[in-house]
Design a protein around this ligand. Structure first.
Ligand SMILES: [Zn+2]
Ligand SMILES: [Zn+2]
Length: 84
């Protein structure tokens, strides 16, 4: 036995969920006032502003003097020197 009224309730609940999912998520993010980069967490934005945005690269390759903002990037770069 079917209950039409109950089915109607399920359908309308689905519609509400779809409307919720379609809303843009950018509005809930944090954007950098300097470069406009968007971050979903304030923690990420703080890290970006402190270590990335407008910050000079702190790590330098001793072989070719290429500079990098992140140590792990420089470590990856140094491997290219070890290949030959
Ligand atoms: Zn920035
Ligand atoms: Zn290098």
């Amino acid at each position: 036995m079917k209950k039409p009224s109950a089915e109607l309730e399920v359908e309308s609940a689905k519609d509400e969920l779809e409307q919720f999912l379609e809303q843009p998520k950018e509005s809930a993010g944090y954007s950098c006032p300097r470069c406009g980069n968007n971050y979903s967490r304030s923690h990420s934005l703080n890290r970006h502003m402190k270590f990335e945005c407008g910050v000079e690269p702190q790590f330098e390759c001793p072989i070719c003097h290429k500079k990098s903002k992140h140590k792990h990037n420089l470590v990856l770069h140094m491997r290219t020197h070890q290949k030959s």
